[in-house]
Design a protein around this ligand. Structure first.
Ligand SMILES: [Zn+2]
Length: 213
């Protein structure tokens, strides 16, 4: 179901710009991993985001009968990628964001969907795909037709399954273990919690760092 781990060169490119790093990390899912994907290293490069979006569209396009009318992304990290995917598809780009009161994804800012509107859901990184699944459910509650799912990096090793056509530019066989079974915890290696917390020290995690994506 996932594509992209086929010599497209994107894994090498992500490593080269520091978007994939090695260490001992606590993911937003709470699981520990020896590698971490920081898509901001890609998203700060418009030229590379544009190239990645074009390649992602080239992967998903042949699996759709018709192009989408709209791209939808969950805030925050995926908005930029979704926007560039929409540019490549020459369609609209909208995003869902978390309601500060209940933490659920919702469309705000007057974003509207027509019944049956063809939508491709776009996410930057999926591990458990919690946010992306929630976005698909939100779109379906708005009576949109989710015709495809596209992600930049699938850390589940292709383990996340979708009812609709899906593709990832890079698929990683992510090793993700609970702290109790993590060999690096047992060895006393210092733990990093990258998430999307503010740069610097002494700052509290932002809400984005606590959601499961
Ligand atoms: Zn650990």
């Amino acid at each position: 179901m996932s594509g992209g781990a086929d010599g497209s060169g994107w894994l090498d490119r992500l490593v080269a710009i520091g978007a994939v790093t090695q260490g001992h990390f606590e993911l937003s899912s709470g699981l520990h991993s020896p590698d971490y994907v920081q898509c901001a290293r890609l998203l700060e490069r418009p030229d590379l985001v544009q190239a990645a979006a074009r390649d992602l569209v080239a992967l998903v396009s042949p699996r759709l009968d018709e192009p989408p009318a709209t791209i939808a992304s969950p805030a925050l990290g995926a908005i930029v990628l979704g926007y560039e995917v929409a540019r490549a598809w020459e369609c609209r780009s909208i995003w869902a964001e978390r309601n500060p009161h209940d933490g659920r994804l919702a469309f705000r800012r007057g974003f509207d969907l027509q019944p049956g509107e063809r939508v491709v859901a776009v996410e930057d990184v999926v591990t458990t795909a919690g946010s992306l699944r929630e976005l698909v459910e939100l779109l379906e509650r708005h009576q949109a037709q989710v015709v495809g799912v596209a992600t930049l990096v699938d850390r589940s090793g292709g383990g996340v399954q979708w009812r609709m056509p899906s593709a990832a530019l890079v698929t990683l066989e992510g090793v993700q273990l609970p702290p109790g079974r993590c060999p690096q915890c047992a060895a006393g290696v210092g733990l990093e919690k990258p998430g999307s917390r503010p740069s610097g020290t002494g700052t509290k995690p932002t809400q984005e760092s606590t959601h499961s994506r």
